[in-house]
Design a protein around this ligand. Sequence first.
Ligand SMILES: Cc1ncc(COP(=O)(O)O)c(C=O)c1O
Length: 394
Amino acid sequence: MSSIPKPERRSRFDWIADELTELRNQSLYRSLRDATPLKNGKLLCDGREVLNLCSNNYLGISDDLDPLSVANASEMVGATASRLIVGNHPSFGKLEQTIAELKGAEAALVFSTGYMANIGVIPAISGSGDIVYSDRLNHASIIDGIRLSGAKLVRYRHNNPDDLKRLLEKETSYRRKLIVTESLFSMDGDIAPLERIVDLKNTYGATLMVDEAHSSGVYGEYGAGLVNELQLVDDVEVQMGTFSKAYGCFGAYVAGDQRLIDYLVNKARSFIYTTGLPPIINALNTQAVEIAKKDNWRRIQLHENALFFRGQLRKSNLDVGQSQSQIVPLMVGDDEKSMVISQRLFDNGIAAVAIRPPTVPKNSSRLRFSLMATHDRSDLERAVEIIAETVGDV
Ligand SMILES: Cc1ncc(COP(=O)(O)O)c(C=O)c1O
């Protein structure tokens, strides 16, 4: 029997092929590359060992997590169900208590990822008739959360409390106001003016949510984060953070008032309608938080490495934007040029990813370098030389 031709089926995805071609033409195409983290800030990528300047495992904790030391580890591997069905393994409570204590909050709630925390919390606490003020450079998960909420989205200029004030004054007819900012910005490495934002939120009767994805573990005593370091815990109603960056593990948390946490258990859809994390991950997250609490040397070493690296790039007249932290962008602007630099660095033994729109605004493509406590100083010295040479050549 001859097969029936299905031309319409083959052509159904022509539009996808066209869009992918367009992305390639614009140097905006993304693809996956195998990468296995090694110890001491190295990475095995496409079969080559390279210096890892793009990890969020800032404190190097993932190197030291030990699943074998977890009691009954073999019974904790699988996942079961939504936590509201039969998935609420006691390891969740332990992790939540550890986080609440660290953050100085009444309670905490674990989410499966930071993305899910943001798209769950924001629609739970704001909706149609409400307004959300979002820093212009907030992470996509925050923007998606606001869009899902149905609240009016207003974006204020990055780290600009004057602009936020102007907008708070302008909009008066909304039921509830929420301000959302990252504490340490993921692509720019600069820090939000949290004290000024707190003053504004108090003056204008808003609620404040701070995403500490990149500052948890890294700032504050015991790594409690920037909100804690600045003693703003009582003024920040929603402290959100992840276990997937400095804690070197997986998942996320929200910390705050017990009523907030009870409400999220009832209303946050990305908490309710999904399977809870495998208990072993909770145990490893708890282990990671304990390591970060006790190993102050990791924070000291990370900040020293970041200071050195940023300083050396600046000495070489390279534009690292407003970076104040372990996240150090190298501003390039042009999408294609940033791809070429990234590839040349890789050819010279350095993994550093080109970050392009829509992750960052148009014409602000960059290399995003991130430092680790476990980086070796001589590796960083060599990297700076290679980066300066490469940028000079391209
Ligand atoms: C600021 C910020 N919030 C949230 C997330 C999402 O966290 P996760 O990777 O755990 O989903 C990220 C990570 O990419 C982030 O940078």
